[in-house]
Each structure stands twice: as structure tokens, then as C-alpha cells.
Design a protein around this ligand. Structure first.
Ligand code: ATP
Length: 365
């Protein structure tokens, strides 16, 4: 299997820049997610790794060898296309054997390899079935098997679960992850679904308008978003932003919001006269009668064990995730308390996180 290093990768289509100077490393054996909204350049990045699209500039190192300008057929990477694309006139065994036959492998070796992959995927019992009569799940397993038999250096998948209904999607996601844990194959997976990325990925790259916003583990990205875009894109409901203008010295440990001092992680940079956004995740807001920073309850949304309470505050709207058993009455004014260590601060102009004692060292390049 392989490590894939992406260095200053750029792709232009005419005057349009689809991917801008992207850099990140996909570790050997990692399940790696390319995440972002539609049109952000995920598929273009994946296609460049596959060799289906040549970069305008930059490097793609596959186990140390620069393959940026090497044709797809010589990269030894399997692109798991649309998972349902099987040869309809062949049975499962023939579908699985096809890529090996193409390589000119001996019949006995093909048989051994196909049997082994069928065992890994749990499809031994359907090896002689025609693909036309298979369930959706089995079709996906066969399509995956066709990529696995080649024993490539890495697998690339573009929204492979996108067409499935929610329940089946969850099941296939678990299966894919379990399969990865058994095989430990480097996998690059494109999705626009932040939950899928968080659940399945060892590492995530978050892209926006062709730019890598952040690269890290799901927890690093959730706890320490590098930008307001990431903070907003990850999490449901997303991070709240309380906006104000302030000047802070390096070493400051509180911010002043509507006459109230709020403790924050120690600032490790200064911020002079800028519009600042104080970022707080809904689950890190507590509602109390006594809290000095106040907000008016606007709406409540019951979710079983928790509820989402929407509050209007001087510095913006705040959603709080609190226990369902706690009373929140629409129209009442209550205090909001924030867990200091979990707070983020952003330069609202650039959207970038300010460096604090909590996030220092959390962002990877
Ligand atoms: P989606 O989830 O919608 O596929 P994506 O993040 O995968 O989004 P890409 O498919 O990489 O996005 O596309 C990025 C941008 O590049 C889009 O604006 C798209 O229209 C543009 N683009 C992609 N391929 C081409 C092409 N061959 N010629 C011109 N523009 C292209």
C-alpha cells in the first residue's frame, strides 16, 4: 500500500481555477476524506490523483515517486467508479476475474485471488449468480471486489454511497469502514456529507472554492476549526458565532461582549481593532438563571434526549444543545455560560482562527 503526498497541486480549466495550491499527505493505510460543498474541487483533486486529469502545476508523490504526469494506467491505483457499474452479461465470478484476465494472470491464480476477495467481502455464496438479480448491497460488494482483486496501491472513491437511501447508506458505510480495517488499504474518499466524513475518516481535508481550508483528524477539525467556513460546515447545528469589535493583546484571557467579560483560551497573537467572532459549539452552551451574558429564547426543538434552543443575543443568534428535561420557555430571557476551553476566536474579516492556547499547533499545513 502507499503514502500519497499532494504538494502545491493546481488545476485550471481555461481561466477557471478549480484547485488552488493544495497540499496534504495521505498516510499509508489511511481512510482519507476529501470533504466540501458541491463544486469545491474534490472530484477534480481525486481525478488528478487517479491520473484521469493532469494537474496544471504541483506534485503527486505515490510512495515517493512523482506521478503527477504519469498516465492513469501506470499508477496502480483503483478508482472505484459508480459502484453499480458491473458487466451485466457476466456472473459475479466473471466480473471479479475480468480485471485479472486483462492483466494476463494465470487461471489458477485468478481463481485463488477471486475466492479470497469473495471471502473478505462475504459474497462466496453468490459467486455463480448473474449480476442482474443481485440486491443493491451485493452489487456494491461486487463492484468493490473488482477493485480489490487487483491489489492496487490505493483505492479512490467518489461519493460511492451517494445514490443510496439513508438506512442502507449507513449500513454500507459501516461495511466499508470494517473492510478497510481488515485490509488497511490507503483509501481516498470524496463526500460532501460532513457526518459521513467524521464517522468514516482517519483524516479529513476540508475544501472550499478550490482551496484546502483545513487538514487533520475529525477531532482536530471539529474541536479546532482553522476557519469560520470549517466551523460552519462541520457540526449540526454548526458552531455559533458571536460578533464584536475588539483589540486584544497577546496573552489576553477574556473578551468583553455587551458589557460582560467572557473567559477564553489565552490568546497567543494580538488582534487590533478587528471584528472578532467568538465561536461556540451548541453543546458547549449552558443555560442558567444567573449567567451574566443574556439571551432571549426564540424557539425550542425537541430531539428526544436533548433539545436545541435558539436564543437571540446582542451579538448574534445562538443555538444551545441542552438536556430535553431542562425547561426553556419561549420569550424568557436567560443567562448563557460557555465552556472556556472549547471556545474559538476568529478574525471575522479573514475568517481565520486566532491562535490561542487551545488550538496552537492544531492546524496542519
Ligand atoms: P461535486 O460534488 O458537485 O462534484 P466537486 O467538489 O467534486 O463538486 P469538481 O467536480 O471538482 O467539484 O468541480 C470543481 C469545479 O471545476 C466546478 O466548478 C466544475 O464546474 C469545474 N470543472 C470540473 N471539471 C471541469 C471541466 N472538465 N471543465 C471545466 N470546468 C470543470
Amino acid at each position: 500500500m502507499a503514502e500519497i503526498v499532494i504538494r502545491n497541486l493546481r488545476k485550471e480549466f481555461g481561466s477557471f481555477v478549480a484547485v488552488r495550491e493544495s497540499s496534504f499527505t495521505i498516510g499509508d493505510g489511511e481512510f482519507f476524506m476529501l470533504l466540501g460543498p458541491s463544486g469545491c474541487g474534490k472530484t477534480t483533486t481525486l481525478r488528478m490523483i487517479a491520473g484521469l486529469e493532469l494537474p496544471t502545476a504541483g506534485d503527486i508523490l505515490l510512495d515517493g515517486e512523482n506521478v503527477a504526469q504519469v498516465p492513469a494506467s501506470r499508477r496502480d491505483i483503483a478508482f472505484v467508479f459508480q459502484m453499480f457499474a458491473l458487466y451485466p452479461h457476466m456472473n459475479v465470478r466473471q466480473n471479479l476475474a475480468y480485471p485479472l484476465k486483462n492483466q494476463g494472470m494465470a487461471r489458477a491464480d485468478i481463481r485463488r485471488r477471486v475466492d479470497e476477495v469473495a471471502r473478505i467481502l462475504g459474497i462466496v455464496s453468490i459467486l455463480d449468480s448473474g449480476v442482474g438479480r443481485l440486491s443493491g448491497g451485493d452489487r456494491q460488494r461486487v463492484a468493490l471486489g473488482r477493485a480489490i482483486v487487483r491489489e492496487p496501491k490505493a483505492f479512490l472513491m467518489d461519493e460511492p454511497l451517494g445514490a443510496l437511501d439513508a438506512e442502507f447508506r449507513e449500513h454500507m458505510a459501516e461495511e466499508l469502514r470494517a473492510l478497510h480495517n481488515r485490509m488497511n488499504a490507503t483509501t481516498v474518499y470524496v463526500t460532501h456529507d460532513q457526518l459521513e466524513a467524521m464517522q468514516m475518516g482517519d483524516k479529513i481535508v476540508v475544501m472550499n472554492h478550490g482551496v484546502v481550508e483545513q487538514f487533520g483528524t475529525p477531532q482536530e477539525i471539529y474541536d479546532h476549526p482553522a476557519t469560520m467556513f470549517v466551523a460552519d460546515f462541520i457540526g449540526s447545528p454548526p458552531m455559533n458565532f458571536l460578533r464584536f469589535t475588539g483589540t486584544f493583546e497577546r496573552g489576553a484571557t477574556s473578551v468583553h461582549l455587551s458589557g460582560v467579560d467572557i473567559a477564553v483560551p489565552e490568546l497567543r497573537q494580538e488582534a487590533a481593532g478587528r471584528e472578532i467572532a467568538l465561536g461556540v459549539r451548541p453543546e458547549h452552551v449552558r443555560l442558567s438563571d444567573g449567567g451574566a451574558y443574556r439571551g432571549c429564547v426564540d424557539a425550542t426543538e425537541y430531539l428526544g434526549t436533548t433539545q436545541i434552543v435558539t436564543l437571540q443575543c446582542d451579538n448574534g443568534t445562538v443555538k444551545a444543545r441542552i438536556p430535553a428535561s431542562q425547561h426553556a420557555i419561549i420569550g424568557e430571557t436567560v443567562g448563557l455560560e460557555f465552556s472556556t476551553a472549547t471556545l474559538s476566536l476568529f478574525d471575522a474579516g479573514s475568517g481565520r482562527a486566532l491562535v490561542t492556547a487551545a488550538n496552537e499547533g492544531a492546524f496542519r499545513g
